[in-house]
Design a protein around this ligand. Structure first.
Ligand code: COA
Length: 145
């Protein structure tokens, strides 16, 4: 394998916040790389695409590890899009979640084709967003156990 190859990891062990820059493109109040790393550490499942020691794509899932999993975020850095990395991240997290009864995500209408190609089906979703905390809660919710 050459140094130039994209590699995939399913753990954040050894990943520094410095290697997580450039994500949350277009967000008005993005999480910092430190909060991003916390979010990945607190996720039940993660897959990162790495290139030259830097994360160039990520996907995470939160799950009860019993019945259900939710995929909150998928992003590939703009310079790396269109090379199959996003599809690979979805396939890899779905493999990690194999055996779960439900795997859900929410996406915009124009992304339906992308996810359908990866075996997911469209469904209706309900959601709530609190933009005051769009950048995340680095210390976690106070009632965390
Ligand atoms: C969506 C995203 C992760 C895809 O990553 P990627 O590495 O470019 O994906 P792939 O190379 O595997 O696949 C690219 C395909 O996705 C499609 N695609 C990417 N973004 C799209 C969008 N916003 N709307 C519709 N299709 C999109 C491309 O048209 C392409 O289709 P093609 O293969 O028919 O040409 C990436 O574009 C991204 O990070 N976007 C910003 C964040 C985002 O929208 N995340 C998804 C939230 S649900």
């Amino acid at each position: 394998m050459t140094d130039d190859a994209i590699t995939y990891v399913d753990s954040v062990d050894g990943i520094s916040s410095e290697s997580l820059s450039g994500f949350f493109v277009g967000w008005s109040s993005p999480p910092s790389p430190v909060t991003h790393l916390k979010m990945l550490q607190r996720s039940s499942h993660v897959v990162l695409a790495m290139h030259k020691g830097r994360a160039v794509g990520f996907i995470n899932a939160v799950s009860d590890n019993t019945l259900a999993a939710y995929i909150p975020l998928l992003e590939v850095l703009p310079d790396y899009q269109g090379r199959g990395i996003g599809s690979e991240l979805v396939q890899r997290v779905l493999t990690l979640l194999e055996g779960m009864y439900m795997v859900d995500l929410v996406c915009d209408e124009d992304m339906i084709g992308f996810y359908e190609r990866l075996g997911l089906k469209p469904a209706r979703a309900m959601m709530r967003r609190n933009f005051a905390v769009q950048s995340g809660i680095e210390d976690g919710l106070s009632h965390d156990v």
